[in-house]
Design a protein around this ligand. Structure first.
Ligand SMILES: Nc1ncnc2c1ncn2[C@@H]1O[C@H](COP(=O)(O)OP(=O)(O)OP(=O)(O)O)[C@@H](O)[C@H]1O
Ligand SMILES: [Mg+2]
Length: 238
């Protein structure tokens, strides 16, 4: 079953064409990666799909819903961890989770999420006092508190220490095994290779390749996904 269907999506910021003519499909229960250079349009795509930004053109369907016109219904069924999110500094970790849980019709048990993400000891800590990695963990937990069917994770493991990163990979796989569809924007090619069932490489607002990590590597006659990424995007190291 197709869970996300994006067709010819366009979005500009004034004269800057961030996304133009981007199409992709994500199937139910897969971990779908989106990779690409800085400024390629990845975050814009995720924001359009999660109803946070209005596309200029094209069609977007998530769980059969149009984020433009069925946003309220959609927000009950998806979760998003955004690249640049913030909460009031004084808000405590436990309070944030409880508050977010109250927004959903069928929330997860936020105390279980505290444990899953190693946040139990930080329950009373204020958002402002958390290090970058702990903030990141909180945002992941917040993305899951509504028991989403689809979860968008934009630079999920940026700022996490190596242990937290591997723990996170395990939890993402668990989510997938429970039937949750995961869209993962990442700059880490080892992460994409290890975790993603399929990957779209986005450059200049378009998908330039979409396949399994193994097929992307094979088609570029590369040794690794990182090499394939360089070959596909025409980037070289000077
Ligand atoms: N709110 C905004 N206002 C104006 N321009 C924006 C805005 N958000 C993004 N852009 C521009 O749109 C283009 C795509 O940005 P986007 O954030 O979608 O890229 P990205 O692939 O997520 O990049 P990164 O890897 O750096 O996170 C860039 O040229 C960016 O400067
Ligand atoms: Mg981004």
């Amino acid at each position: 079953m197709t869970v996300i269907e994006i067709e010819s999506l366009t979005k500009s910021y004034q004269a800057n064409r961030a996304v133009h003519g981007l199409s992709l499909r994500v199937e139910q229960g897969e971990i779908f990666g989106i990779a690409g250079p800085n400024g390629a349009g990845k975050t814009t795509v995720v924001e359009c799909a999660s109803g946070l930004r209005r596309p200029d053109g094209g069609t977007v369907r998530v769980l059969g819903l149009d984020p433009r016109t069925q946003r309220r219904e959609l927000l009950q069924r998806i979760g998003a961890q955004l690249q640049e999110a913030a909460l009031p500094d004084a808000l405590r970790v436990g309070e944030a989770l409880r508050m977010y849980a109250a927004l959903y019709d069928r929330p997860a048990d936020w105390r279980v999420l505290l444990d899953d993400w190693g946040l139990a000891d930080k329950k009373r800590a204020s958002f402002g006092s958390l290090s970058g990695g702990w903030k990141q963990r909180l945002f992941i937990a917040l993305a899951l508190v509504g028991n989403p069917e689809v979860v968008f994770l934009d630079e999920l493991t940026t700022g996490l220490d190596p242990i937290a990163r591997r723990t996170t990979w395990g939890l993402i796989r668990e989510l997938r095994d429970r039937g949750v569809t995961v869209v993962l924007v990442t700059h880490f090619m080892d992460e994409a290779e290890a975790l993603c069932d399929r990957i779209a490489i986005v450059d200049h607002g378009r998908v330039i390749a979409e396949d399994t990590p193994a097929a992307l590597i094979a088609k570029q006659h590369s040794d690794s996904l990182e090499d394939a990424f360089f070959a596909l995007t025409g980037r070289t190291l000077s």
